[in-house]
Design a protein around this ligand. Structure first.
Ligand SMILES: [Fe+2]
Ligand SMILES: [Fe+2]
Length: 199
């Protein structure tokens, strides 16, 4: 409980400093992702530490309002590929968030940092924690639009099927070139879904 309270406070303080108009909404979303991620862990009896679920879900959007200048600094400091900034700005907070979270909160758990890194795009080698956050971010209580309802319904009964549904929708909404990795991810989760693997 202490971890949850501490991270909520740190998250809100970080958002408040940005003075961005969407901080309240984004904070509510972060809390809803926490609730959803814990629900998924429980429903499917997933063997993941609760503290990791709490940290990764509360912090997955920690860098949402970080400025482009700050991201540039991080890219320079860690000698990252600067073409990250040519990707959609929607992706910066995911790919660069782990560095911000590590620097400002001292988080060193690689699984938590990777779950933050891939919460938007997913990844072929997601850990169970990564899968939980990837799904929770798409099916939390703030996702009220019709668009999310199928994945939300699946997320209560079929863990891998719900993940496959999110990937399918990402592919369908991607107007640009569809990456080979997304196709492979979709096949992977359809296969896992079809095998009726039970946790
Ligand atoms: Fe995000
Ligand atoms: Fe999010």
């Amino acid at each position: 409980m202490f971890l949850r309270i501490t991270l909520k406070k740190r998250l809100w303080n970080k958002y408040r400093q940005s003075k961005h108009p969407d901080i309240y909404e984004r904070y509510q979303h972060s809390l809803a992702v926490l609730k959803k991620a814990l629900e998924i862990r429980k429903t499917f009896k997933l063997p993941v530490m609760k503290s990791q679920v709490i940290a990764a879900s509360l912090l997955h959007d920690y860098a949402k309002f970080v400025s482009r200048e700050e991201f540039s600094r991080i890219i320079e400091k860690y000698q990252l590929d600067s073409s990250i900034l040519e990707l959609s700005p929607q992706l910066w907070h995911a790919f660069l968030g782990p560095y911000v979270v590590h620097e400002e909160l001292g988080i060193t758990d690689v699984e938590v940092l990777d779950a933050i890194r891939y919460h938007t795009t997913g990844n072929l080698n997601m850990t169970l924690l990564g899968e939980i956050i990837f799904l929770a971010d798409y099916t939390d209580d703030t996702r009220i639009e019709e668009y999310f309802q199928e994945a939300k319904a699946l997320s209560k009964v079929n863990f891998y099927g719900a993940i496959a549904q999110k990937i399918k929708q990402i592919i369908a909404s991607n107007h640009h070139e569809i990456s080979q990795e997304l196709r492979l991810m979709y096949e992977k989760y359809r296969r896992l879904d079809g095998s009726n693997f039970n946790h």
